[in-house]
Design a protein. Structure first.
Length: 94
């Protein structure tokens, strides 16, 4: 009887994992759909917008954000408290 529980548990975990993966795509679809609606897009324009929106890259990782914000702060020649404030704001936004 215990031998039957292990495969069922593994199968359940696999199915649950697929459900979570679909959630990220569903969220992206909701966001793109809301953006298209707010822009009052219809027909071919809406299809083109949705296609482009859904193909956009995933959000930046924290490390990528840090590199981008750091480069921007350096470009602006920020130092001290001004740099700290800029970095904090930049990392929260992106």
């Amino acid at each position: 009887m215990k031998m039957l529980h292990v495969p069922l548990l593994v199968l359940g975990l696999l199915i649950a994992g697929q459900g979570f993966a679909a959630t990220a795509q569903q969220e992206k679809m909701k966001t793109c759909n809301a953006d298209a609606t707010s822009q009052a897009l219809k027909g071919d324009a809406r299809k083109a917008f949705m296609s482009t929106c859904l193909k956009k890259q995933a959000p930046q990782t924290q490390q990528e954000k840090m590199k981008t914000c750091n480069a921007d702060a350096t470009t602006q020649a920020l130092k001290g408290d001004a740099r700290k404030t800029f970095m904090s704001d930049c990392l929260k936004k992106k």
